[in-house]
Design a protein around this ligand. Structure first.
Ligand SMILES: [Mg+2]
Length: 463
C-alpha cells in the first residue's frame, strides 16, 4: 500500500467515523426530543425533573413546573388542517425557547401542551414576570381566511416543595391550575393553591379530563331505539353519551353532564354529540338502512347559548344530514326560563328544518298554552307517569290525557321508560305514537344498533 492511498484511507475512515458519530447523535436526539418541535420529549423531561427533584430534596432549594396549553388550538387544526397546526406548534416552541432562560428544560407533552421546568435559585420571585413574558410571546395573530385569529395560551404553575415533592403531584397540580386559568378566561396564568384541593380539585381534574376527552374523541354515543307502538318498527333513536374514564371506569351522562353544564363544557360537548350523531346517521343511510330520526338532548346552557343555531347549521352542512331527521329535545323548564328567547330560538330551529321535542313532559310547568304558542313537533311523556302503569289511576289518566291532547294538537307523542308489557298494551290501546325503554332495548352502541336494524326490525319482546 503506498503512502497516498494510506492517507486516503485514513481520510475515508475519518469521514466514516464522523458520519457514524452524527448518526449516533441523531438517534440520541430523536430518543430524547419531540420530532415535530425539537423540544425535549416527555420521557426526557421526566428524567430531568427527577434529577432536579432529587437535588431540591438534597439542598432544600425550590423549583417550579409550568404547564402551558394553547387556547384555541383545536380551532386551527379543524379549520386549517393538521399541517397548519403543526407549523403553529413549531412556531410556538421557537417562541417559548426564545423567552426562557438558557438551558431551561422545556418539553412538548403531546398535542398543544408544553411543560417547563424552572429550577434556578429564587425562582419564586421571578415567576410572575416570566409567566407574563411567556403569555406575551405566545399571543399571536394567525391569518385565517381573510381574518386574523387570535391565539393565546393558558399557564398553570405548581412549585416544589409547596405543592408536592414528586413528578405526579407537580404535573397534576399544574394541570389543575392550568384549567383554572382557562376557566378564568384564558390567556392567563394561575398558580396552584390548596384552595383547589378537596372536592374542587377533583372537579377541576375531572373537568380537565372531560375537556381532553371531547378534544380527543374519547366519548362514545349510545342509541336507544324508538319504535312505533302499533307496528314495532324502529323509527330512530335518542342518543346518549358515555365516557370511558381511564381511572373511574364507565361514566353515564348523569355522572358528568351536570359538571359539563356548570363549566360550560356542555357547549363543545353537545356540538361533538350532534356531529357524531349526524355522521353516524348518514353512514347508516349510505349503507342502505332506512331513514332514521335521531334525537339529541339540549341542555339549558346550550339552549341559552347564542351560537346554538350557527352550530347546528354548520353541523348539518358539514355532515350532509337531512334536517328533518334531526330532533332536538328540550325540557319545559328550559323553555320557560325566558319565553321570549325560547320563542326566537325555537323559531330559528324550525327555520333550519329540524324537529323539536318537549322532553320529560308533565313534570315541570306544563303550561298547556305553550303547546299552542311554541312550534313543538313531539311530546315525550315523562317516565314517572309510565312507571305508575298499570295500577295508578292518576298516572293512567294523565298519560291518556297527554296522548289525547297531543293527537288533537297534531303533535307526535312518545312514551319514555317503557319496561313492562302491560305498559305497552296500555299505550297501544290509547294510540300513543312511539315508545322507548328497556322493554324494547337498552341504549346500544352504534354497531349493536345497526345489527338490530339489519337483523330484526321488529322486537321479539313486543310481538
Ligand atoms: Mg331525552
Amino acid at each position: 500500500m503506498d503512502a497516498w492511498s494510506a492517507r486516503e484511507l485514513r481520510q475515508q475512515y475519518k469521514r466514516l467515523l464522523a458520519a457514524h458519530r452524527e448518526a449516533g447523535n441523531q438517534m440520541k436526539h430523536l430518543a430524547c426530543h419531540d420530532p415535530l418541535t425539537g423540544l425535549l420529549n416527555r420521557a426526557m423531561f421526566s428524567r430531568q425533573l427527577g434529577r432536579a427533584l432529587a437535588r431540591a430534596r438534597h439542598d432544600g432549594s425550590g423549583l417550579a413546573v409550568l404547564l402551558i396549553d394553547l387556547d384555541r388550538f383545536k380551532l386551527i387544526n379543524d379549520a386549517l388542517g393538521h399541517h397548519a397546526g403543526d407549523r403553529l406548534l413549531q412556531e410556538m416552541a421557537r417562541r417559548l425557547q426564545a423567552v426562557l432562560p438558557e438551558r431551561t428544560a422545556v418539553a412538548r407533552m403531546g398535542g398543544d401542551e408544553f411543560v417547563v421546568l424552572l429550577d434556578e435559585p429564587a425562582i419564586a420571585s421571578r415567576l410572575p414576570q416570566l409567566a407574563r413574558q411567556i403569555l406575551q410571546a405566545l399571543a399571536i395573530e394567525y391569518p385565517l381566511e381573510g381574518q386574523l385569529l387570535h391565539i393565546t395560551a393558558s399557564i398553570g404553575v405548581s412549585t416544589c416543595p409547596q405543592d408536592g415533592h414528586d413528578e405526579y403531584a407537580l404535573l397534576k397540580r399544574a394541570d389543575i391550575a392550568m384549567y383554572r386559568a382557562k376557566a378564568a378566561g384564558k390567556n392567563t396564568c394561575a398558580h396552584y393553591s390548596s384552595g383547589m384541593d378537596g372536592a374542587s380539585a377533583v372537579q377541576l381534574a375531572l373537568e380537565s379530563d372531560l375537556r381532553r376527552a371531547i378534544e380527543r374523541n374519547a366519548l362514545t354515543l349510545y342509541y336507544q331505539p324508538k319504535v312505533r307502538t302499533q307496528t314495532s318498527r324502529i323509527t330512530g333513536s335518542e342518543v346518549l353519551v358515555r365516557w370511558e374514564h381511564e381511572e373511574l371506569g364507565l361514566l353515564r351522562p348523569e355522572d358528568f353532564i351536570p359538571l359539563a353544564e356548570e363549566t360550560g363544557l356542555i357547549v363543545p360537548l353537545t356540538k361533538w354529540i350532534l356531529r357524531q350523531a349526524c355522521r353516524q346517521n348518514r353512514e347508516w343511510r349510505s349503507q342502505g338502512l332506512p331513514a332514521l330520526q335521531v334525537a339529541v338532548n339540549l341542555s339549558a346552557r346550550q339552549f341559552a347559548d347564542g351560537n346554538l343555531l350557527a352550530d347546528i347549521r354548520s353541523v348539518l352542512a358539514e355532515t350532509g344530514m337531512e334536517p328533518s331527521l334531526l330532533e332536538l329535545e328540550i325540557t319545559e323548564s328550559m323553555m320557560m326560563r325566558d319565553t321570549r328567547h325560547s320563542r326566537r330560538m325555537l323559531e330559528g330551529l324550525k327555520a333550519l328544518g329540524v324537529h323539536i321535542a318537549l322532553d320529560d313532559f308533565g313534570v315541570a310547568y306544563s303550561s298547556l298554552s305553550h303547546l299552542k304558542r311554541f312550534p313543538i313537533d313531539i311530546i315525550k311523556i315523562d317516565r314517572s307517569f309510565i312507571r305508575g302503569i298499570p295500577g295508578s289511576r292518576a298516572d293512567e289518566a294523565i298519560t291518556e290525557a297527554i296522548i289525547t291532547l297531543s293527537r288533537n294538537l297534531n303533535i307526535k307523542v312518545v312514551a319514555e321508560g317503557v319496561e313492562k308489557k302491560e305498559q305497552l298494551q296500555f299505550l297501544r290501546s290509547r294510540r300513543c305514537d312511539e315508545i322507548q325503554g328497556y322493554l324494547f332495548s337498552q341504549p346500544l352502541d352504534a354497531q349493536s344498533f345497526s345489527a338490530l336494524l339489519q337483523g330484526k326490525q321488529q322486537a321479539q319482546v313486543m310481538d
